[in-house]
Design a protein around this ligand. Structure first.
Ligand SMILES: NC(=O)c1ccc[n+]([C@@H]2O[C@H](COP(=O)([O-])OP(=O)(O)OC[C@H]3O[C@@H](n4cnc5c(N)ncnc54)[C@H](OP(=O)(O)O)[C@@H]3O)[C@@H](O)[C@H]2O)c1
Length: 237
């Protein structure tokens, strides 16, 4: 069974994705509150770990490609490495572009979700790094299958989906988001075309959230004027 998926994000009041672009805090309010709140609220959500897209994981994946070998039969099955009780850091990386050179991101055990299209050499590299992996179909986009494996093979019951916008949009379209936990930072981006926290790459007549309705179940105003909003996604009436 797949885990419960809570999309946990921080945005400006215009729903934008990139914190570096937002207006600074008002006079007397310290910078950095959105980051501190983000981690503190994540801890309150009591998840087994977090999950991000390839671009968002890039800042943790500073390793280099290395030569490793293995045989195809053993490589092309779900690989559960030694997690040692740690929280998990799940990367959705359909083409196998990330190189880790370690088994953790910020101390959390890495699980790579890749497509069967990646090479044997890449899978052998993940094993040599101590990284776990599982497959999301041939091209890495079968997220429903991948989430089932994350639940069944790794025992993950609740996971935080932490962006970026493209990855959130893909999960939204697939109907895989159960809750949204949104920190609204009191700042503005304001520029047309800057990504929002949901960026499904579809046609203009696509409606990635079709069939869903949001039920509000919590609001808290946090220090510095950040507002924490909570919603459950349910079937639209
Ligand atoms: N405000 C926040 O709370 C927050 C949170 C996280 C990140 N961010 C920011 O978000 C930015 C990155 O966001 P992003 O939306 O550009 O990237 P992203 O969602 O992190 O990663 C997108 C990549 O994921 C891969 N991917 C996985 N599944 C896919 C699918 N089904 N369809 C297409 N691609 C799929 C693709 O990798 P390939 O290109 O390899 O195919 C794609 O380029 C960063 O600047 C980061 O700082 C903000």
């Amino acid at each position: 069974m797949r885990p419960k998926i809570i999309c946990h994000m921080v945005s400006s009041i215009d729903g934008r994705l990139l914190p570096d672009r937002w207006t600074p805090p008002a006079a007397g309010i310290a910078r950095g509150w959105q980051h501190r709140h983000y981690e503190a609220v994540a801890a309150r959500l009591d998840a087994d770990g977090w999950m991000v897209g390839r671009k968002s994981m890039q800042e943790f994946a500073k390793g280099i490609a290395r030569t490793a070998t293995g045989t195809s039969d053993t490589l092309r099955a779900t690989h559960v490495a030694d997690r040692r009780g740690r929280a998990v850091a799940v990367a959705i990386d359909p083409h196998g572009r990330l190189h880790y050179s370690q088994d953790n991101a910020g101390g959390d055990h890495i699980i790579a979700i890749v497509g069967q299209q990646v090479s044997d050499a890449y899978l052998a590299e993940l094993r040599a790094d101590g990284v776990s992996y599982l497959f999301a179909g041939e091209d890495g986009t079968d997220l429903r299958e991948a989430m089932d494996v994350l639940g069944d093979a790794f025992g993950i019951e609740t996971i935080l989906l932490e962006g970026g916008g493209i990855t959130n949009g893909t999960f939204l379209k697939a109907g895989l988001i159960d809750e949204i936990s949104l920190l609204v930072y009191p700042g503005i981006d304001g520029l047309a075309g800057v990504p929002s926290i949901f960026e499904f790459l579809g046609a203009v007549d696509d409606h990635p959230a079709a069939g869903k309705a949001l039920r509000h179940f919590g609001t808290e105003t946090l220090e510095g004027g950040v507002v924490w909003l909570r919603y459950k996604l349910e079937a639209a009436a």
